[in-house]
Design a protein. Structure first.
Length: 263
């Protein structure tokens, strides 16, 4: 039996608020490849990850493609937050509990088979190097299992506004690049690992294209957001590893201290 359409009491009003915020901040969007998102039916939108606003940016091409909505997979902690939690649940996003990831995977595949767009960040966390990290295979696996298109997406520029390890800077006029590539051509019998490798190659190439054509930093103080391979101040992927490990350790310590304080 086909499920009744969801009532979007939360998602569409949130989109209107977000679009108003973008206009207020004067973001200069360059969005290409909207036609690569199917007008109907399920698809996985797999994107690189450089900022906390990326899910908003990835959702924009779908919005302009017939007002389609994207259900994003996000950490369970976001759903547990008293502020973001009700919004995430109201928008029918998909919580990912890393201790029980199969439930999130099954929910995503069910949504895809039901004709929904599902947004995934295969790196699972923001890249401090601002170039694609190693991808997890989940995005490819769910596209193959649900038999839906796997669509690479690249976002660039949003990290200048808010990214990991830095306070948000709501500056005006920042250029934001969003490019949606055609669905990957996945031959019959391809493995999830092979599909993931093809996805990583596509996103890396698209990301480099966006980065090379993007306006370069105008001051030394702005060099931090430029990738190292372009002469910027961002760490390389190897240099970012100990920084990320230290950040994970610090979060775990804060969580433990908070838990201890509640006893």
């Amino acid at each position: 039996m086909r499920k009744s359409p969801r009532r979007e009491w939360v998602y569409r009003p949130v989109i209107r608020i977000v679009l108003a915020l973008f206009r207020l901040l004067g973001f200069r969007f360059s969005i290409t490849g909207i036609e690569n998102i199917p007008a109907s039916g399920g698809a996985v939108l797999a994107s690189n990850h450089v900022s906390y606003f990326d899910f908003m940016y990835v959702g924009l091409p779908a919005h302009y493609r017939g007002r389609r909505l994207v259900r994003f997979m996000a950490k369970k902690s976001v759903f547990d937050n008293p502020v973001s939690g009700p919004l995430m649940r109201g928008m029918h996003h998909i919580p990912v509990d890393r201790a029980a990831g199969i439930a999130a995977y099954e929910s995503a595949v069910e949504a895809l088979r039901g004709g929904e767009l599902v947004g995934v960040f295969p790196e699972s966390t923001i890249s401090r190097a601002f170039v694609p990290r190693t991808f997890k295979t989940g995005a490819a696996r769910m596209a193959l299992d649900a038999d839906v298109p796997l669509i690479p997406v690249v976002v660039w520029g949003g990290h200048r506004v808010w990214t990991t390890g830095r306070k948000p800077i709501l500056r005006r006029g920042v250029p934001i690049v969003i490019e949606v590539a055609p669905p990957l051509e996945l031959p019959a019998g391809i493995s999830a690992a092979e599909a993931t490798a093809a996805l990583h190659e596509s996103i890396t190439a698209l990301c480099e294209k966006a980065q090379r054509s993007y306006p370069a930093p105008e001051t030394d103080a702005e060099q931090w957001w430029q990738p190292a391979y372009l002469g910027g101040g961002a760490p390389t992927l190897e240099e970012a590893k100990p920084i990320e490990a230290a950040a994970i350790e610090a979060r775990a310590a804060r969580k433990a201290a908070k838990k201890k304080g509640k006893r």
